[in-house]
Design a protein. Structure first.
Length: 203
């Protein structure tokens, strides 16, 4: 099947890792895959996006507007940049994390609420899964990595779950995070289990 994923977030959240893991899973299945990351100011908490295109041997790097089957946004304000790209009837996984820029911190600019962003997603015709970062599960006293949790949610909530088996993703996570295998495995499995329980969106 042809399937396009548009990912956005900020540097340090692991948004590119999500795309890389899914791309690796596709390669191991022998599926045509094209992964186009854009790192930008990633090392300084700046905007990061990536586009993952599955099922085509040759395809350009730009998903057209209203063309993404799935959008994953790891930060509220950056999520607004992904909304024009998700197709009506597509899936939108939104992590309500807040990384306020200096203008917002100084009171010089407003910051979108989780409710307003969520309303914009549903107005675009996408199916919303909202994940409250304050309610991430805890492993040995620490919140689990959000990106591994989101990977679990993605498999449980979207058609990618019919394409990749959980054990395939877990195998890649073990390779990538050799020093934190138990934590990332726990996070991924928690995402699988929690996906059906949409967290209430704070107003």
């Amino acid at each position: 099947m042809n399937y396009d994923v548009y990912l956005v977030g900020v540097g340090g959240q692991g948004i590119l890792t999500i795309g890389e893991v899914l791309a690796m899973a596709a390669e191991r299945r022998g599926l045509p895959v094209n992964f186009f990351p854009s790192r930008g100011m990633a090392q300084r908490g700046g905007f990061v996006k990536a586009q993952l295109r599955l099922g085509r041997d040759r395809v350009g790097p730009q998903i057209p507007e209203r063309g993404a089957d799935l959008a994953i946004a790891m930060e509220l304000s950056e999520a607004l940049k992904a909304i024009p790209f998700v197709r009506p009837g597509g899936d939108f996984i939104l992590v309500g994390d807040v990384w306020s820029p200096a203008e917002v911190t100084l009171g010089k600019a407003p910051y979108p609420s989780a409710e307003s962003v969520s309303q914009a997603v549903t107005a675009a015709g996408a199916r919303l899964t909202y994940l409250d970062p304050a309610r991430l599960p805890v492993f040995e006293g620490k919140p689990v990595p959000a990106n591994s949790f989101v990977l679990g949610t993605t498999l449980a909530q979207t058609p990618l779950g019919s394409l990749f088996k959980p054990e395939e993703i877990e195998s890649i996570l073990r390779e990538r995070f050799k020093r934190a295998v138990p934590m990332n495995q726990f996070a991924f499995r928690a995402g699988l289990q929690a996906a059906a329980q949409n967290t209430a969106i704070p107003e």
